[in-house]
Design a protein around this ligand. Structure first.
Ligand code: FAD
Length: 482
């Protein structure tokens, strides 16, 4: 039955928070009853299917948001279907005359939103979109000549010049409720959690999806991780990064909240640490800037000269990489961290990605797809931009000929092997000098450490030196300009 009074709808998407949520705040300011809805839209090739790991996060995030809304006497309405149809139905059911949402910047999502906004306005409704997913709107960060940025450093300078983003809005303490609530689908019916097998068992021990969890992470990082961030952030065993990316991916915290959280900190935290941390946060905006101006970022080489690169199709090697069984400990530790914890340290992401692309010569899109499915922070812009960065095919990318050596990278960034020992326990008893190169260990040392190469731990699936030469030769044949 339609509600007798008009209501305002807030269509929540990747903004699963109450604080600094401009769409929600605007809806509340309308002084009408507010209905918050989350729509599970059909997944298609363009939006990129929701990865299985992120599905787990989404389930818990929606549950947490629903609880937070219930504490205010409100609710979260869940519906599934094409957004335009679901909104039409909700509008009919609730008598809503206004719809608010926060903008998204993936190409398919933007196209849907533009159509919906036009249709709603044509039908005489008020439709408003707001900012909040990024520090700055990608369309508004422009070069001196009005174009888009292709290189990160000038982009960062432009962001610096723009000054602090607007201060975050407080979370509401009241929300006017409708007399009659529309039905909501049960979250459980969406089957976002894995069952048989439940590969997400360890996730809950590590992560706390939801706005409270995000705020706690931020506070923990400011207290314990930010000091020394610039130097420590490259060491995977150090636990010195913020671990905020999965919270950011679904908008449980806004980048403006994070940015403002790093203002007016005690002097003990050096400004170089703060600036470096902000620079990382701005890589996220830069990735969206690239996606905004090059919508095919996920599927096409940004640098078209890579289109003729002779990628190798090798399912056995791809699976060895996915399962963390390449015989290179730092790569395997990273891939197993990904599987067990739904994340991978940034330095190791770069090493593992380089290994797939350059040692195995497997198309970066295979890696992008695997990360999308297994990363809790899977993000259409950051993932695609980072994969293209490592491949050398992206904007401002690392040149292809800079090929990570998985042994020396491991020795440099995990010098005492603590990260390897955590995720590749079968190598735990090797001395530090050999833990990154078990294939060079003399037989008695292997025996003492309980390792049988090729049985308890794989032999290297390729010889790095040889693979490197092959990759460079293939690259040279392309004669790609950097
Ligand atoms: P911190 O070091 O604490 O950084 C703070 C925030 O800055 C992060 O939460 C993140 O939002 C942002 N950030 C940091 N580095 C980058 C970067 N290189 N690019 C874009 N944003 C960055 N990040 C994702 O959020 N989603 C992805 O799907 C993703 N895929 C990646 C794939 C590859 C091959 C590589 C090399 C990197 C990828 N990254 C991705 C970037 C980066 O690895 C993660 O953002 C970072 O490891 C998250 O950990 P953190 O929150 O502790 O980071």
């Amino acid at each position: 039955m339609p509600s007798p009074t008009s209501t305002t709808l807030v269509w929540l998407r990747k903004d699963l928070r109450l604080g600094d949520n401009r769409a929600l705040t605007a809806a509340i300011q309308s002084a009408q009853p507010v209905i918050a809805a989350y729509i599970r839209e059909p997944q298609d090739a363009d939006t990129g299917p929701l990865g299985a790991a992120q599905g787990w996060w989404l389930h818990h995030s929606l549950k947490s948001l629903a609880n937070d809304l219930e504490k205010l006497g409100s609710r979260l309405i869940l519906r599934s279907g094409p957004a335009a149809d679901v909104l039409d139905t909700l509008i009919k059911e609730t008598g809503a005359n206004t719809v608010h949402w926060n903008r998204r910047y993936d190409p398919a999502g933007m196209a849907i939103d533009t159509q919906i906004k036009t249709r709603l306005r044509q039908a005489g409704l008020t439709a408003h979109s707001h900012s909040g997913f990024l520090l700055h709107e990608p369309s508004q960060v422009k070069t001196g000549t009005g174009g888009s940025y292709r290189v990160y450093t000038p982009f960062w300078r432009a962001i610096e010049r723009a000054g602090d983003p607007p201060p975050p809005l407080a979370a509401p303490d009241t929300i006017k409720t409708p007399e009659i609530w529309p039905d909501s689908e049960p979250l459980e019916s969406w089957n976002l959690l894995p069952t048989k097998p439940n590969w997400a068992k360890t996730f809950a021990e590590i992560w706390s999806p939801g706005e409270n969890g995000a705020q706690q992470r931020l506070q923990h990082f400011i207290k314990h991780g930010l000091k020394g961030y610039r130097r420590q952030r490259d060491f995977p065993a150090a636990d010195s990064t913020s671990q905020l990316s999965a919270h950011l991916a679904l908008g449980e915290i806004s980048p403006a909240q994070i940015w403002h959280g790093t203002i007016d900190l005690p002097d003990a935290i050096e400004s170089e640490d703060i600036v470096h941390f902000r620079k990382e946060l701005v890589w996220r905006d830069f990735s969206y800037h690239l996606l905004f101006h090059f919508p095919a970022l996920r599927s096409e080489n940004w640098n078209a000269k890579f289109d003729s690169f002779p990628w190798v199709k090798n399912q056995t090697r791809l699976q060895a990489w996915q399962q963390g069984r390449t015989g290179y400990p730092i790569v395997d530790a990273g891939m197993r961290q990904l599987w067990q914890h739904g994340t991978m340290h940034n330095r190791v992401r770069m090493i593992a990605a380089s290994f797939l692309i350059k040692d195995l010569m497997i198309d970066w899109r295979e890696g992008e797809a695997w990360f999308r499915d297994t990363l809790l922070d899977a993000d259409p812009a950051s993932n695609a931009a980072s994969w293209q960065w490592v491949a050398g095919s992206g904007a401002d990318a690392s040149p292809f000929f800079r090929i990570f050596n998985p042994i020396t990278q491991g020795e440099k960034f995990d010098p005492d092997g603590a990260y390897i020992r955590q995720f590749v326990p079968e190598l735990a008893k090797l001395p530090n000098s050999l833990i990154h190169r078990p294939f060079e260990a003399p037989a008695p040392i292997l025996a003492k450490a309980g390792i049988v190469l090729g049985s308890t731990y794989p032999e290297p699936i390729v010889d790095h030196k040889h693979a490197r030469e092959e990759a460079l030769a293939a690259y040279k044949a392309l004669s790609v300009d950097d």
